[in-house]
Design a protein around this ligand. Structure first.
Ligand code: ADP
Ligand code: MG
Length: 608
């Protein structure tokens, strides 16, 4: 349960709502216990008018308000009929007031729990963003997302309904017991004796129901996956003539699901009868013991009726103990998982001594850098040395899997090298804050990702959302996508994705280039971002880029050589090792990978 303590600061944050909510719970229960007292009075009133009634002690309610009310109507010489009518109306009035108070009780406490849920979701989302790429490599994102959003809603069941029912339970039991004790101590103890048993039974039954429901859920999801796979793999199943086997498999799963569901129904069928049994026993005791007493003192009849009403009023809250307890247990388990998730520290963090606003500029230097992917053991970069002066343009070539993207990601500190160091302006990367570093390096990823949002918002993603449309257009022009965007129905306001236009690979790439260009950074890192663009558009973009990149340091990863772009340095990677390095002329003289690629490309260009 101590896990739930980490939620206390939320209760404190919303304390106003919470305390007002508690007030409403108390007030509504106070009103609730007024009605039985008035009923008790009415019964004793009737009792005393019965022929042969022995005079007894006049009815005396526990509550001051009810007593004043009784005095008031007694002093007014109403006829008997009027007395009953006035009492009935006042019971109706109490019910209405109670209803209103209960409405506000939900409005405060349940609304508070929604606020807490919202805060927790934000906290979780925040943590998602803090965690590094390596975390996502180890955990399946979809699973985690589902599990966590389920956990958050389970925790909400605690901060909302469970807390509300608990407070409700305590106050109602409190009021009832005080009222009952004031009337008859022995009878009270007798009557309440079966209730703890009721609470425990309901708790036990509830735990069984929860366990069974969970297993049913699991079976159902198995069944669904099973069915889905059969549909999507129908060709494979048919071509391998496995229909019968698949059906058998499905039948087996389905059978298990059915068996579980039936056993759940059995347990559920026990629920209400056992509740009714306990209540029945309490009622029976009240009537039996109370009846014996009433033989002596007829005014006791009112008390008996009052007690029976209390017992029925207590049924719901007492049975709620059971499911509130299991709700709290589940919430605690969920909160434990959430706490564990929230406490994961990102592997790569800001160094305690970061230079907050240090400009990220100057020579980029890789010194003897090696990097192995921790989970696969793939040596992606090995003893790499590279020095890029400010304003230089570097071309990075190499086959797929040679380590080009890894190199880019090391520069952005998505990963930490195992050996060697990377510096910018002679300062190690760790000295820059992650924000500062990533703000100042415009990175266009190999696999483009666009959000389901407008074109304009996708382009201004990394900068302020208030960036003017003029700047967006300028960036789009530099990325040679402006004309195409203008061709969309809503221009820059066109939605991308499922609800909007479907873009071609090349268009997506150019929008993500525009997104990088609008940042106006010092360093630009393009990771094979023109692969889906045709040769003519490529030429166009390169023309624009050349202008744009003039004053910037640029590392451009590609597997095609850009003709008409003068690079200061060219490196060729193979298995994480630089196998060729130099200027165009030097590498042409070397007559290796670069020269071959260059000649090949010239030839294709001629043929095209
Ligand atoms: P390139 O960009 O040149 O195609 P990468 O840098 O993507 O090459 O990959 C270099 C090597 O590292 C490849 O062998 C690849 O399989 C491996 N690799 C890339 N990303 C990961 C990763 N996230 N986890 C494990 N291995 C990876
Ligand atoms: Mg790559």
């Amino acid at each position: 349960m101590k896990e739930l303590a980490s939620l206390n600061h939320y209760f404190w944050k919303y304390r106003k709502r919470f305390f007002i909510g508690i007030f409403f719970v108390i007030a509504s229960n106070y009103f609730a216990v007024l009605a039985p007292q008035i009923t008790g009075y009415v019964i004793s009133l009737v009792q005393q008018r019965l022929p042969g009634a022995k005079p007894g002690v006049p009815y005396n309610a526990h509550d001051g308000i009810v007593n004043s009310f009784i005095k008031l109507i007694n002093g007014n010489e109403f006829s008997f009929g009027w007395l009953i009518a006035i009492c009935s109306l006042s019971i109706l009035f109490i019910a209405i007031v109670r209803g209103i108070l209960m409405f506000f009780m939900r409005q405060t406490i349940i609304v508070m729990s929604r606020h807490i849920e919202f805060d927790q979701k934000n906290q979780v989302f925040d943590q998602y963003q803090r965690l590094n790429t390596s975390f996502y490599k180890q955990n399946s994102t979809g699973d985690l997302m589902n599990r966590i959003s389920e956990d958050v809603s389970r925790v909400r069941m605690y901060t909302g309904p469970a807390v509300m029912y608990l407070i409700n339970l305590v106050t109602l039991i409190g009021f009832c017991i005080v009222n009952m004790l004031s009337k008859d101590v022995n009878l009270t103890l007798l009557v309440l004796a079966p209730l703890p048993l009721l609470a425990i039974t309901i708790y036990k039954v509830n735990s069984i129901i929860n366990k069974k429901s969970e297993s049913i859920q699991e079976h159902l999801s198995n069944l669904t996956t099973n069915a889905q796979e059969s549909y999507s793999g129908i060709r494979v199943i048919k071509s391998f003539v496995q229909e019968k086997a698949m059906l058998g498999f499905f039948n087996h799963n389905s059978e298990q699901y059915k068996a579980n569901a039936i056993s759940l129904a059995k347990v559920e069928a026990l629920y209400f009868p056992s509740m009714a049994l306990m209540i029945g026993i309490s009622t029976l005791i009240t009537i039996f013991v109370g009846g014996m007493q009433a033989m002596e003192d007829p005014t006791k009849v009112g008390t008996i009726v009052e007690f029976v009403i209390y017992i029925n009023m207590l049924t719901f809250p007492v049975s709620a103990i059971g499911w509130t307890a299991s709700m709290i247990q589940r919430a605690a388990a969920s909160q434990k998982r959430l706490n564990e998730f929230l406490q994961i520290e990102p592997a790569i963090q800001d160094h305690p001594t970061v230079l907050e606003d240090e400009p990220v500029s100057g020579t980029i230097e890789f010194k003897n850098v090696s990097f192995t992917y921790p989970h696969t053991g793939i040596k992606a970069i090995q003893r790499l040395n590279l020095s890029v002066a400010r304003g230089e343009k570097v071309l990075i070539l190499g086959k797929t899997g040679s380590g080009k993207s890894t190199l880019a990601q090391l520069l952005l500190r998505f990963y930490e090298p195992d050996q060697g160091s990377i510096t910018i302006g002679s300062k190690p990367l760790q000295l820059y804050s992650l924000n500062q570093l990533r703000q100042n390096i415009s990175y266009v990823q190999q696999d483009v990702f666009l959000f389901s949002d407008t074109v304009a918002n996708n382009i201004r993603f990394g900068v302020s959302e208030h960036t003017t449309i003029e700047r967006v257009i300028e960036a789009a022009k530099s990325a040679s996508i402006h004309e195409e965007i203008m061709g969309f129905e809503n221009g820059y306001e066109t939605l991308i994705g499922e609800r909007g236009v479907t873009l071609s690979g090349g268009q997506k790439q150019r929008i993500s280039i525009a997104r990088a260009l609008i940042k106006a950074p010092e360093i630009v890192l393009f990771d094979d971002c023109l692969s889906a663009v045709d040769a003519k558009t490529e030429k166009h973009i390169i023309g624009h880029l050349y202008e744009y990149l003039k004053a910037k340091t640029a590392l451009i990863v590609t597997h095609r050589i850009f003709a008409g772009f003068k690079f200061d340095q060219i490196i060729v990677l193979e298995d994480g090792i630089i196998i060729e390095q130099g200027t165009h002329e030097e590498l042409m003289n070397l007559n290796g990978y670069y020269a071959e690629l260059y000649k090949l490309q010239l030839q294709t260009n001629k043929e095209a």
